[in-house]
Design a protein around this ligand. Structure first.
Ligand SMILES: Cc1cc2nc3c(=O)[nH]c(=O)nc-3n(C[C@H](O)[C@H](O)[C@H](O)COP(=O)(O)OP(=O)(O)OC[C@H]3O[C@@H](n4cnc5c(N)ncnc54)[C@H](O)[C@@H]3O)c2cc1C
Length: 399
């Protein structure tokens, strides 16, 4: 059996795994990536419905890694949220918080392509189709046993997603919540232009987001709804599906049609109890999964990568000190985001039917409260208020 040695070995070739590899390679470490499935090298010209809303720190990080120019990122200036029962709506604008825009929409396929191009340029090895069986300690390294080879590294990074193998092997534990919801994702053509606006329509037990693409007449749809209802909608043909969509948008986007296959994602949240053990750290969805309502999941993952890349040069890679410093920095931001998600859920998605009707009042209040609107916009852009501010807001809302 071959034994492959690196300073750092990354499990997972999603965006978090690949950006970790690039940023740590640029810090001078020898890096390898292991993946359990072939990586997608295509750069299709066709618009993809799988997109991410990226905030300012993510944008700056991807620019620093020289990945941004290939992304054809679409900036959006406004976010419009709109309630189901009433006509109440709230418009967030970049100008309200003195920002040129409220973020960018980036296609997953473009981001993956850009990362893989860079990985190839830097000759970072990707070991494909590996099935991992165990992780062990030697005096100085961690050893990973796989079907084809044995790998060793001073630091193992688990960027292996929601079902993380590394998290399970290290018994890090987690708290999780199944939302009982599914997100239906597809590319939508609409007759009225999107005017660089991300739209979110709140229904009694669902939300439909339309995220603007670089084509003014196409948006990426994320429709989060109870899983049984999603199952029914999936059975519809494209025409019937589009009819449902038009009904929910009250004709505001004109005629609508589904231009891609409909994808679906079961929604749950997860937060690992610990982010690692000395010599092994989990990042991205392996450590935290949140509802896509506010489009923050990958932004959190990229913040993990930035922090680790920054700290890796300051500590011994397999030291407890690195794990502790990393955990201290990231735990706070992750908790702030989780708390903010609780806040958004309470504000926009209350469980009690009466409270759903009260949401309109909440939205009217929110629209009038410019400082709170500004805080929410800044939050979505990646600027964090302190946790105590969110906690006191949550307490007041719960009363
Ligand atoms: C509907 C929806 C919309 C979203 N929209 C946004 C948004 O607008 N903005 C945003 O910031 N976030 C958004 N997110 C969240 C975002 O998609 C995730 O946070 C992000 O993709 C996580 O990336 P990751 O690299 O950590 O994990 P993944 O993308 O899951 O990648 C994990 C990788 O690890 C590999 N792997 C798994 N197990 C193993 C193993 N044992 N060995 C080797 N390899 C392994 C997998 O094959 C995969 O390539 C959204 C999520 C959903 C569901």
């Amino acid at each position: 059996m071959n034994d492959l040695k690196h300073d750092i070995l990354i499990i997972g070739a999603g965006v978090v795994g690949l950006t970790s590899a690039i940023s740590l390679h640029l810090k001078g470490f020898s890096v390898g990536v292991i993946t359990n499935r072939p990586v997608n090298q295509k750069n299709s010209k066709t618009l993809s419905p799988v997109v991410y809303a990226l905030n300012r720190p993510s944008e700056e990080f991807l620019k620093k890694l020289k990945l941004w120019d290939n992304l054809e990122a679409k900036d959006y200036d406004h976010v419009l949220i709109w309630d189901s029962f009433h006509k109440e709506e709230v418009l967030f604008s970049g100008t309200d918080c003195a920002e040129p825009n409220l973020g960018h929409i980036v296609e997953d396929q473009k981001l993956m392509f850009s990362c893989l191009k860079s990985i190839k340029q830097y000759k970072i090895p990707i070991y494909i189709d590996e099935t991992l069986s165990a992780i062990k300690d030697s005096k100085t390294h961690k050893i990973i046993q796989a079907e084809k080879k044995t790998y060793s590294a001073k630091l193992i990074i688990g960027a292996d997603g929601k079902q993380s193998w590394l998290r399970e092997q290290l018994k890090l534990g987690y708290v999780a919540d199944d939302y009982g919801q599914t997100a239906l994702v597809g590319l939508i053509k609409h007759q009225s232009p999107h005017f660089n606006t991300a739209r979110q329509r709140f229904l009694p037990n669902a939300t439909i987001a339309l995220l603007p693409t670089k084509d003014p007449l196409h948006s990426a749809m994320i429709w989060s709804l109870p899983s049984d209802e999603a199952g029914e909608l999936k059975k519809d043909n494209k025409k019937t599906f589009a009819n449902h969509l038009e009904t929910y948008w009250h004709g505001r986007m004109g005629k609508m049609s589904l231009e891609s296959t409909l994808m679906h994602y079961e929604l749950s949240s997860l937060h690992a109890r610990k982010y690692g053990t000395p010599g092994a750290i989990i990042l991205g969805d392996a450590a935290h999964v949140i509802h896509p309502l506010a489009g923050q999941g990958l932004n959190l993952g990229l913040a993990d990568v930035m922090t680790l890349a920054e700290m890796a040069g300051q500590f011994d890679l397999s030291s407890k000190a690195l794990l502790e410093a990393y955990t201290e920095k990231r735990h706070l931001d992750n908790i702030a985001t989780l708390k903010a998600m609780d806040f958004f859920q309470l504000l926009f998605w209350p469980k009690h039917p009466l409270a759903v009707r009260m949401r309109a009042v909440g939205m009217r209040v929110l629209d009038a409260l410019t400082p709170l609107k500004r805080q929410i916009s800044l939050f979505a852009l990646g600027y964090r208020p302190d946790v105590s501010f969110l906690e006191s807001l949550l307490e007041r809302l719960k009363k």
